[in-house]
Design a protein around this ligand. Structure first.
Ligand SMILES: Nc1ncnc2c1ncn2[C@@H]1O[C@H](COP(=O)(O)OP(=O)(O)O)[C@@H](O)[C@H]1O
Ligand SMILES: [Mg+2]
Length: 198
Protein backbone atom coordinates (compact mmCIF):
# COMPACT_ATOMS: atom_id res chain seq x y z
CA UNK A 1 0.00 0.00 0.00
CA UNK A 2 1.19 3.51 0.72
CA UNK A 3 0.55 6.56 -1.34
CA UNK A 4 -0.04 6.45 -5.08
CA UNK A 5 1.03 9.66 -6.72
CA UNK A 6 0.04 11.10 -10.07
CA UNK A 7 2.81 12.97 -11.80
CA UNK A 8 2.03 15.92 -14.01
CA UNK A 9 4.35 17.10 -16.75
CA UNK A 10 7.42 18.79 -15.31
CA UNK A 11 7.20 16.86 -12.02
CA UNK A 12 9.96 14.93 -10.31
CA UNK A 13 8.83 11.48 -9.07
CA UNK A 14 9.71 10.38 -5.53
CA UNK A 15 11.48 7.07 -4.95
CA UNK A 16 10.34 4.55 -2.32
CA UNK A 17 12.67 5.82 0.40
CA UNK A 18 11.44 9.37 -0.15
CA UNK A 19 7.80 8.24 -0.16
CA UNK A 20 8.44 6.52 3.19
CA UNK A 21 9.09 9.99 4.55
CA UNK A 22 5.38 10.78 4.44
CA UNK A 23 4.45 11.79 7.99
CA UNK A 24 0.67 11.66 7.63
CA UNK A 25 -0.10 8.02 6.94
CA UNK A 26 -3.79 8.65 6.29
CA UNK A 27 -2.91 10.41 3.03
CA UNK A 28 -3.36 7.98 0.13
CA UNK A 29 -4.47 10.20 -2.74
CA UNK A 30 -2.66 12.86 -4.71
CA UNK A 31 -5.31 15.52 -4.07
CA UNK A 32 -5.14 14.85 -0.31
CA UNK A 33 -1.39 15.26 -0.44
CA UNK A 34 -1.74 18.49 -2.46
CA UNK A 35 -4.12 19.89 0.17
CA UNK A 36 -1.98 18.99 3.19
CA UNK A 37 1.07 20.44 1.50
CA UNK A 38 -0.87 23.59 0.63
CA UNK A 39 -1.91 24.10 4.27
CA UNK A 40 1.67 23.62 5.38
CA UNK A 41 2.87 26.11 2.73
CA UNK A 42 0.33 28.71 3.83
CA UNK A 43 1.69 28.53 7.38
CA UNK A 44 5.19 28.99 6.02
CA UNK A 45 4.09 32.04 4.02
CA UNK A 46 2.54 33.50 7.17
CA UNK A 47 5.88 33.03 8.89
CA UNK A 48 7.72 34.85 6.07
CA UNK A 49 5.26 37.75 6.37
CA UNK A 50 5.70 37.99 10.15
CA UNK A 51 9.49 37.74 10.06
CA UNK A 52 11.87 40.56 9.30
CA UNK A 53 13.87 39.09 6.42
CA UNK A 54 17.08 40.81 5.39
CA UNK A 55 19.15 40.17 2.27
CA UNK A 56 22.04 38.43 4.05
CA UNK A 57 19.66 36.05 5.80
CA UNK A 58 17.57 35.30 2.69
CA UNK A 59 20.54 34.64 0.43
CA UNK A 60 22.04 31.76 2.40
CA UNK A 61 21.93 27.96 2.30
CA UNK A 62 20.56 28.02 5.85
CA UNK A 63 17.53 30.13 4.92
CA UNK A 64 16.84 28.24 1.68
CA UNK A 65 16.68 25.01 3.71
CA UNK A 66 14.67 26.59 6.50
CA UNK A 67 12.04 27.85 4.07
CA UNK A 68 11.66 24.38 2.52
CA UNK A 69 11.46 22.86 5.99
CA UNK A 70 8.72 25.26 7.03
CA UNK A 71 6.80 24.62 3.80
CA UNK A 72 6.70 20.83 4.15
CA UNK A 73 7.62 19.85 7.73
CA UNK A 74 4.14 18.64 8.67
CA UNK A 75 3.97 16.34 5.65
CA UNK A 76 7.48 15.09 4.81
CA UNK A 77 10.28 13.85 7.06
CA UNK A 78 12.88 15.10 4.57
CA UNK A 79 11.56 18.68 4.55
CA UNK A 80 14.51 21.08 4.48
CA UNK A 81 17.06 18.37 3.63
CA UNK A 82 18.91 18.27 0.32
CA UNK A 83 18.13 15.27 -1.89
CA UNK A 84 20.44 12.25 -1.92
CA UNK A 85 19.24 10.75 -5.21
CA UNK A 86 19.32 11.70 -8.88
CA UNK A 87 16.18 13.22 -10.43
CA UNK A 88 14.99 13.80 -13.98
CA UNK A 89 15.43 17.54 -13.38
CA UNK A 90 18.52 18.91 -11.68
CA UNK A 91 22.24 18.48 -11.39
CA UNK A 92 23.96 15.46 -9.83
CA UNK A 93 23.05 15.49 -6.15
CA UNK A 94 26.60 15.66 -4.69
CA UNK A 95 27.02 19.04 -6.49
CA UNK A 96 24.01 20.70 -4.87
CA UNK A 97 25.87 22.60 -2.14
CA UNK A 98 28.55 24.02 -4.42
CA UNK A 99 26.09 24.98 -7.18
CA UNK A 100 23.82 26.66 -4.66
CA UNK A 101 26.81 28.59 -3.34
CA UNK A 102 27.60 29.70 -6.91
CA UNK A 103 24.01 30.84 -7.40
CA UNK A 104 24.03 32.78 -4.12
CA UNK A 105 27.30 34.47 -5.11
CA UNK A 106 25.85 35.29 -8.55
CA UNK A 107 22.64 36.86 -7.24
CA UNK A 108 24.58 38.96 -4.72
CA UNK A 109 26.71 40.22 -7.61
CA UNK A 110 23.62 40.97 -9.77
CA UNK A 111 22.03 42.92 -6.92
CA UNK A 112 25.18 44.88 -6.13
CA UNK A 113 25.92 45.74 -9.76
CA UNK A 114 22.28 46.11 -10.89
CA UNK A 115 23.09 43.66 -13.67
CA UNK A 116 19.37 43.10 -14.38
CA UNK A 117 16.07 44.63 -13.25
CA UNK A 118 14.78 43.49 -9.83
CA UNK A 119 12.15 41.29 -11.52
CA UNK A 120 14.73 39.65 -13.75
CA UNK A 121 17.07 39.00 -10.82
CA UNK A 122 14.31 37.30 -8.82
CA UNK A 123 13.15 35.21 -11.80
CA UNK A 124 16.68 34.22 -12.85
CA UNK A 125 17.25 33.04 -9.27
CA UNK A 126 13.95 31.12 -9.37
CA UNK A 127 14.91 29.31 -12.56
CA UNK A 128 18.48 28.50 -11.48
CA UNK A 129 17.42 27.11 -8.10
CA UNK A 130 14.93 24.72 -9.72
CA UNK A 131 17.66 23.59 -12.11
CA UNK A 132 19.79 22.71 -9.10
CA UNK A 133 16.73 20.95 -7.62
CA UNK A 134 17.95 21.00 -4.02
CA UNK A 135 15.16 18.87 -2.53
CA UNK A 136 13.42 15.54 -3.26
CA UNK A 137 10.19 17.42 -4.10
CA UNK A 138 8.51 20.77 -3.76
CA UNK A 139 11.26 22.62 -5.61
CA UNK A 140 8.90 24.46 -7.97
CA UNK A 141 6.73 25.88 -5.21
CA UNK A 142 9.78 26.68 -3.08
CA UNK A 143 11.42 28.53 -5.99
CA UNK A 144 8.35 30.70 -6.57
CA UNK A 145 8.18 31.68 -2.91
CA UNK A 146 11.91 32.46 -2.97
CA UNK A 147 11.27 34.77 -5.96
CA UNK A 148 8.45 36.46 -4.02
CA UNK A 149 10.65 36.93 -0.96
CA UNK A 150 13.47 38.36 -3.06
CA UNK A 151 11.25 40.86 -4.87
CA UNK A 152 9.44 41.91 -1.69
CA UNK A 153 12.06 41.83 1.06
CA UNK A 154 15.18 42.74 -0.93
CA UNK A 155 13.72 45.07 -3.59
CA UNK A 156 10.67 46.32 -1.66
CA UNK A 157 8.33 45.64 -4.57
CA UNK A 158 5.01 43.78 -4.81
CA UNK A 159 5.17 39.99 -4.87
CA UNK A 160 4.58 38.23 -8.20
CA UNK A 161 1.07 37.21 -9.25
CA UNK A 162 2.04 34.00 -11.15
CA UNK A 163 -1.03 34.09 -13.39
CA UNK A 164 -3.17 33.90 -10.23
CA UNK A 165 -2.44 30.20 -9.95
CA UNK A 166 -0.57 27.91 -7.56
CA UNK A 167 0.19 25.66 -10.57
CA UNK A 168 -0.87 22.55 -8.66
CA UNK A 169 -3.56 21.45 -11.12
CA UNK A 170 -2.51 20.16 -14.53
CA UNK A 171 -4.47 22.88 -16.31
CA UNK A 172 -3.74 25.37 -19.10
CA UNK A 173 -1.95 27.79 -16.79
CA UNK A 174 0.43 25.09 -15.64
CA UNK A 175 1.03 24.07 -19.25
CA UNK A 176 1.88 27.65 -20.12
CA UNK A 177 4.15 27.81 -17.08
CA UNK A 178 6.07 24.67 -18.12
CA UNK A 179 6.37 26.01 -21.68
CA UNK A 180 7.85 29.29 -20.45
CA UNK A 181 10.27 27.36 -18.18
CA UNK A 182 11.52 25.50 -21.25
CA UNK A 183 12.02 28.84 -22.99
CA UNK A 184 14.23 29.93 -20.11
CA UNK A 185 16.16 26.65 -20.48
CA UNK A 186 16.82 27.86 -24.05
CA UNK A 187 18.06 31.24 -22.84
CA UNK A 188 14.89 33.34 -23.11
CA UNK A 189 14.00 34.67 -19.64
CA UNK A 190 11.39 37.27 -20.70
CA UNK A 191 8.29 35.02 -21.03
CA UNK A 192 8.74 33.73 -17.46
CA UNK A 193 9.07 37.29 -16.13
CA UNK A 194 5.85 38.21 -17.95
CA UNK A 195 4.15 35.05 -16.68
CA UNK A 196 5.10 35.91 -13.10
CA UNK A 197 3.90 39.51 -13.47
CA UNK A 198 0.49 38.59 -14.91
N1 LIG B 1 12.14 22.36 -18.10
C1 LIG B 1 12.14 22.93 -16.90
N2 LIG B 1 12.99 23.94 -16.63
C2 LIG B 1 13.00 24.53 -15.43
N3 LIG B 1 12.19 24.19 -14.42
C3 LIG B 1 11.32 23.19 -14.62
C4 LIG B 1 11.25 22.50 -15.88
N4 LIG B 1 10.29 21.56 -15.78
C5 LIG B 1 9.78 21.65 -14.52
N5 LIG B 1 10.37 22.63 -13.83
C6 LIG B 1 10.08 23.05 -12.45
O1 LIG B 1 10.27 21.95 -11.60
C7 LIG B 1 9.13 21.80 -10.77
C8 LIG B 1 8.94 20.34 -10.42
O2 LIG B 1 9.80 20.03 -9.35
P1 LIG B 1 9.20 19.53 -7.99
O3 LIG B 1 10.33 19.31 -7.06
O4 LIG B 1 8.26 18.39 -8.25
O5 LIG B 1 8.38 20.81 -7.51
P2 LIG B 1 6.87 20.93 -7.07
O6 LIG B 1 6.56 19.66 -6.31
O7 LIG B 1 6.79 22.16 -6.23
O8 LIG B 1 6.09 21.08 -8.35
C9 LIG B 1 7.99 22.38 -11.57
O9 LIG B 1 6.96 22.85 -10.73
C10 LIG B 1 8.66 23.53 -12.26
O10 LIG B 1 8.71 24.67 -11.43
MG1 LIG C 1 6.44 17.81 -7.24
Amino acid sequence: MGISLIYKEGQTPLNEEEKDGLLIKMITLQNELDEFEQMNIERAIEWTINTNLKQDKILSEKFIKELHKRMYDQVWKWAGEFRKFEKNIGIKWPQIRIELKNLIDDIKYWIENKTYSPEEIAIRFKHRIVQIHCFPNGNGRHSRIMADIIIESIFRKEIFTWNKSNMIKADETREKYITTLKEVDNGNIEPLIQFALN
